[in-house]
Design a protein around this ligand. Structure first.
Ligand SMILES: NC(=O)c1ccc[n+]([C@@H]2O[C@H](COP(=O)([O-])OP(=O)(O)OC[C@H]3O[C@@H](n4cnc5c(N)ncnc54)[C@H](O)[C@@H]3O)[C@@H](O)[C@H]2O)c1
Ligand SMILES: [Zn+2]
Ligand SMILES: [Zn+2]
Length: 393
């Protein structure tokens, strides 16, 4: 089959690789019909290459049609239309029983001291072949895959794999009271959906921050007050002014480790990238620092006693944080990979009955899988208005 494989920093290719097959009775094989590129894939593309082997298949936002199931898979059968969550969870361990699916102890990658295995997401998360491919082997398929109805196009349901549950969790974690206020840093797909979900769930004031014109514009057409941070001197002060002088009840960081405006840390990330992989991996695991500007602004922005919800991915071990400000303001922090299946039963009905979250207005590009290398480059450089790119194997 054809699959998108990693070959090095900013070097991904569509290669011929062996077809996957059932290996465990809990596996399924899915023929992929749509598979999205995520901001998390951009971290692999740019700064986390030392944790990926050449030839590994990327991708963790796939959906398609079930081809074959193992003998213990009863909840889906050949021919079903399914979306595959990005984290691989068994549904029945101690963590899964608490709906902490991103911490599943059955698939946990203990040798790396990490949580549940993820599709297409480095050796740290199990080196499981990803979903930017014609076919995908889905482990723990007795639990993971989400059955979706026929009818609407793939793009209505595809984002159940990651973007929608991630944004839903970020909003839950932001603890916005009914009629309250929230600011969202980063208006990529995650930030866009955080803002819309917060509004849907009753936030009165929803403010988004980014610099990319078409991302600001997309937020505005969904009723979000969008701030272009390149034209505002002090963004936290501006947001405080918009929220009665106090700052919003919740702030969501939907940016993560490659935030703009952190030149020293960017230099450190680049310097690490010049080391041979094994040294770079050790250096990153022990001394890595992130580009923290979005997180630090989030902490500055939130009202005293409010909550900062971090959905952007961070990987540093020695990140300097403003502890005085965090402590003095009494800020609560919540974060982590999304527990996808914890939220999807609540979200699915919103996709079947009209489109109250506006999911149909997120995908900007649909391209054949063969064009994936161009799609990565375009998405990373934010060319041609790219906000969310979906590949069609
Ligand atoms: N927690 C999870 O389970 C989970 C799941 C999916 C994605 N993520 C993470 O969420 C983040 C966003 O993902 P995405 O797909 O929307 O990515 P994206 O790269 O499309 O979006 C990031 C946005 O942040 C903006 N930005 C950069 N620096 C900024 C700053 N200092 N202030 C304000 N905005 C800034 C960029 O212009 C861009 O629009 C990534 O870090 C991704 O890894 C986490
Ligand atoms: Zn993703
Ligand atoms: Zn489990």
């Amino acid at each position: 089959m054809k699959a998108l494989t990693f070959h090095g920093k900013r070097d991904v290719r569509v290669d011929n690789v062996p077809d996957p097959s059932i290996q465990e009775p809990t596996d399924a094989i899915v023929r992929i019909t749509s598979t999205a590129i995520c901001g998390s894939d951009l971290h692999l593309y740019e700064v986390l290459g030392m944790f990926i082997e050449e030839g590994d298949i990327l991708g963790h936002e796939p959906m398609g049609v079930v081809e074959e199931v193992g003998s213990e898979v009863k909840q889906i059968e050949a021919g079903d239309r399914v979306v595959i969550p990005f984290n691989i969870s068994c549904g029945d361990c101690w963590m899964c029983n608490q709906q902490l699916f991103a911490q599943c102890e059955t698939t946990q990658v203990r040798e790396q001291e990490k949580g549940a295995a993820l599709f297409g997401y480095t050796k740290l998360y199990g080196e499981v072949p990803g979903g930017q491919a014609e076919y995908l082997r889905v482990p723990q398929a007795h639990f993971g895959p989400i059955k979706v109805p026929d009818g609407p196009p793939d793009e209505r349901f595809l984002f159940l794999s990651d973007v929608l549950p991630t944004a839903w969790q970020a909003v839950e974690y932001a603890a916005i009271p009914e009629g309250g206020s929230v600011a969202v840093y980063g208006l990529g797909p995650i930030g866009q959906m955080c803002a819309r979900i917060a509004r849907y769930k009753g936030a009165e004031t929803v403010i988004g921050v980014d610099t990319v014109p078409e991302r600001l514009e997309m937020a505005r057409r969904h009723g979000i007050e969008a701030i272009d941070s390149s034209s505002v001197e002090d963004v936290p002060a501006a947001i405080r002014e918009m929220t009665g002088g106090r700052g919003p009840d919740g702030v969501i960081d939907a940016v993560g480790m490659e935030a703009h405006g952190a030149p020293a840390a960017e230099f450190a990330q680049k310097a690490t990238g010049l080391l041979p992989d094994s040294l770079a991996a050790k250096a990153t695991e022990k001394f890595g620092t992130d580009r923290l500007s979005a997180l630090i602004e989030s902490i500055d922005t939130v009202r005293r006693g409010g909550t900062v919800s971090i959905s952007g991915v961070y990987g540093g071990m020695l990140d300097p944080l403003p502890m005085m400000q965090l402590f003095d303001k009494g800020v609560q922090l919540r974060m982590g990979q999304a527990h996808v299946r914890r939220w999807t039963d609540e979200i699915l009905p919103l996709l079947e009955d009209g489109d109250p979250l506006g999911v149909d207005d997120l995908t900007t590009h649909q391209l054949p899988l063969a064009d994936a290398p161009h799609a990565y480059s375009m998405f990373q450089k934010k060319e041609d208005g790219a906000i969310k790119v979906v590949l069609k194997p």
